[in-house]
Design a protein around this ligand. Structure first.
Ligand SMILES: Cc1cc2nc3c(=O)[nH]c(=O)nc-3n(C[C@H](O)[C@H](O)[C@H](O)COP(=O)(O)OP(=O)(O)OC[C@H]3O[C@@H](n4cnc5c(N)ncnc54)[C@H](O)[C@@H]3O)c2cc1C
Ligand code: FES
Length: 263
């Protein structure tokens, strides 16, 4: 069940010029949240911006009831959010999303993320590692400047590959190519992904070709975040062209089996 609360900002770290990590006290959400869930934040008490902003859960500190999320400043909403100070109360609804990452039954998983899509994968990796699942992680960034959370993912991965599109840091190229090379070698039995749409499409195609179960998190644009508008509709893969059927990412997702959605 989603909770609405005013969560105190207890820590704020600027990871990059435009990326912030916030830690908020939200024991009600932390208790219920699962890897892949997200929250919706009302950034201002004014009417503008009116709509809440969806942000993924990055880390859950169950012992202390602390929820962490990381966001990149994009526009008005995230700019206002970035100005919050320690001690401020943040208006949050969560945990949201029905479809979450499920690792039960797998022994050797691949986690692949790109850009801001890496944030929701941390709690997943952490949980999988705690469950003694072998975690192979592939994170892609545009360049060295954009690389985040290397140390954090290193701690919760058995193998970590970092790629940059331009080769300014670690491996040059796209993370998907390194995952593709490893599928047989590492005996990967499931793939979990979040990132830009071209990356998700490539992961979806690879998983179908290799017949490996794959779960993807879709960070579609959202409006209400509660299943009441059509802001986040995505077409189901099985529905006929002449009568397409859609599902709400905010309600049914954000995590889907890759074979179930047309992206
Ligand atoms: C389920 C979900 C989880 C998300 N998790 C995170 C997260 O953990 N960290 C994070 O930094 N962002 C995340 N996002 C994206 C985040 O919600 C948007 O960046 C944010 O709402 C932009 O708000 P704004 O008011 O600052 O920008 P706006 O003024 O609304 O838009 C400014 C710019 O941002 C672009 N934008 C808006 N929404 C998105 C989106 N969903 N994806 C990409 N670009 C967008 C717009 O096209 C525009 O160019 C998530 C989105 C969804 C749907
Ligand atoms: S954002 Fe309104 S239905 Fe999903």
């Amino acid at each position: 069940m989603a909770n609405l609360l005013l969560a105190e900002l207890v820590n704020k770290v600027q990871l990059k010029s435009d990326i912030y990590k916030f830690s908020v006290k939200a024991p009600e959400i932390v208790k219920e949240a699962k890897p892949g869930n997200f929250i919706e934040i009302r950034v201002s008490e004014q009417t503008e911006p009116f709509l809440r902003r969806p942000i993924s859960i990055y880390n859950l500190d169950k012992e202390n009831g602390i929820l962490e999320f990381i966001f990149q400043v994009k526009g008005k909403g995230t700019s206002i959010l970035a100005k919050k100070q320690i001690g401020d109360k943040i208006d949050i609804i969560g945990p949201l999303g029905y479809g979450t990452f499920k690792t039960e039954g797998y022994k050797n998983i691949a986690i692949i993320g790109g850009g801001i899509g890496v944030f929701p994968l941390y709690e997943l990796s952490k949980n999988a590692k705690e469950d003694n699942i072998k975690v192979n992680t592939y994170l892609g960034f545009r360049n060295k400047e954009n690389v985040v959370l290397e140390e954090e993912f290193n701690k919760v991965s058995d193998k970590l590959i970092i790629t940059t599109d331009d080769g300014t840091y670690k491996e040059k190229g796209f993370a998907i190519n390194f995952l593709a090379e490893d599928i047989e070698k590492e005996k990967i039995d499931a793939i979990f992904a979040c990132g830009p749409l071209p990356m998700l499409k490539a992961v979806q195609k690879l998983s179908i070709e290799k017949q490996i179960p794959c779960q993807i998190s879709l960070e579609e644009k959202m409006a209400c975040g509660l299943g009441a508008c059509l802001g986040c509709a995505v077409k189901t893969a099985q529905s006929p062209k002449e009568a397409p059927e859609y599902v709400h990412v905010c309600k049914i997702g954000p995590v889907f089996n890759a074979i179930d959605v047309e992206i």
